[in-house]
Design a protein around this ligand. Structure first.
Ligand code: CAO
Length: 382
């Protein structure tokens, strides 16, 4: 009970505010259903009233019932309860015998008088009839939803292959290493030459060809990252070719074709081959040789979104990198001046059975240097 608006002895009218109560759901005002005089208030401020308990005793004016007094309880319909619309009356409630007070009570409970069997003389509906009716479970229109069955789809094709390769990845202790690269210069470079490359070579130039080529140059310095463990786990096989796998998201599933011998290719060659693989992947036209023999992998999840990821190594390879979305973010330059930078987060996973964390970090630093200063990369291109 948080507020009383009436005192004992007050003369009040129907719908006048009696008090304000607070439940755990809401605060509501309770109004009088009758004209009359307040005889007794049952609760002091701050006291708890159970739902259904009497709040006040009233002497009612114009009530034809035998009762001289009426009670108003916390059962009065309030916004605390969900009110269900009453069914459409089959008979006019006006023709039902009842006093105005009883009619009001029915209205407050959302009941139609013609639906209530009157217990009074000549079928007159009394207050008790209303209360009894209100307490009964009412006709509830069942909400039927069609029975939905779980759909069972056999794993096959690309997804089955993914399951097999990911199961064998579970045997690899993954070491994770993350960093962020400032690609501002690369973004400008691509912007400068993109149109020209499209015009003169018919090649769509994204960031991937630069990144793939830079990875290959960095692999030349850290060949262990382009190695594989033999099946007996006794030897490391240093692979001659940099066959860089690129995860391709397709409607048929995730594919990992690789650009072969990147060490011998120009950035343009890589761009051309990547576009071919991407197109073939989307059309489910990749050949087994496109998919086979990858030696290192990249996953450009950033073309969809996100910053960091936890890429899973594709055995027998020993490392994989996930590229985040290139975002324009505030950063400080060497002089401490604030500038607008194009930042890409990168997440590496390496097979810790054969790759030390320090090797992964040094490789990443070198790649970062190439991608942050594309002119550096130029010096290493053959
Ligand atoms: N950040 C911001 N922009 C990026 C971006 C990145 N990381 N990567 C690509 N973009 C841009 C491209 O530059 C291109 O922009 P323009 O239209 O201005 O040229 C646009 O997004 C579309 O690029 P793209 O996706 O067509 O080409 P791409 O060479 O960058 O990437 C591919 C090709 C196949 C790597 C990519 O399409 C893809 O499938 N990525 C998802 C890989 C994936 O699912 N990995 C999860 C593996 S684990 O389940």
């Amino acid at each position: 009970m948080i507020e009383w608006f009436v005192n004992e002895g007050d003369h009040i009218t129907q719908f006048q505010d009696l008090c304000e109560v607070q439940s755990d759901k809401s605060t509501v005002k309770i109004t009088s259903r009758y004209d009359g005089v307040i005889k007794k208030r049952y609760y002091e401020l701050g006291e708890f009233a159970q739902v259904g308990q009497t709040l006040v005793d009233m002497e009612i004016e114009g009530e034809e019932s035998n009762e001289a007094d009426e009670e108003i309880s916390t059962e009065q319909p309030t916004p605390m309860e969900d009110v269900i619309d009453p069914p459409v009356p089959s008979q006019s409630s006006q023709s039902v015998l009842a006093t105005p007070a009883v009619r009001n009570l029915a209205k407050q409970y959302g009941l139609n008088l013609s639906d209530i069997k009157g217990g009074g003389k000549d079928g007159r509906v009394l207050k008790e009839d209303i209360m009894q009716h209100a307490e009964q479970p009412h006709d509830v229109i069942p909400i039927t939803t069609p029975a939905l069955e779980d759909r069972v789809e056999p794993l096959k094709g690309i997804r089955k292959a993914m399951l097999r390769s990911m199961k064998s990845s579970l045997n690899i202790p993954h070491f994770g290493y993350n960093d962020e690269y400032d690609l501002t210069e690369l973004v400008l470079l691509r912007k400068r030459i993109k149109k020209e490359v499209k015009h003169s070579h018919g090649i769509k130039l994204s960031y991937m060809p630069f990144i793939v080529k830079a990875v290959s140059v960095a692999l030349s310095k850290y060949p262990i990252l382009n190695s594989q463990l033999d099946s007996n786990h006794e030897n490391l096989i240093y692979k001659t070719n940099h066959n860089i796998g690129v995860a391709v998201d397709t409607p048929h599933g995730l594919l990992l074709p690789s650009v072969k011998s990147v060490q011998n290719m120009s950035v343009l060659d890589v761009a051309n081959e990547l576009n071919r693989l991407h197109e073939a992947g989307l059309n489910n036209k990749l050949s087994p040789s496109d998919i086979a023999d990858g030696t290192f992998s990249l996953s450009n999840i950033g073309s969809i979104g996100g910053t960091y990821a936890s890429p899973v190594i594709f055995p027998p390879q020993v490392a994989i990198g996930a590229l985040g979305k290139i975002q324009v973010l505030p950063r400080f330059d060497r002089n401490g001046d604030l500038l607008k930078a194009h930042i890409m987060c990168i997440s590496w996973s390496a097979d810790h059975r054969v790759i030390e964390g320090a090797t992964m970090a040094r490789f990443s630093n070198l790649l970062k240097d190439f991608l942050e200063n594309p002119s550096q990369l130029l010096l290493h291109l053959k």
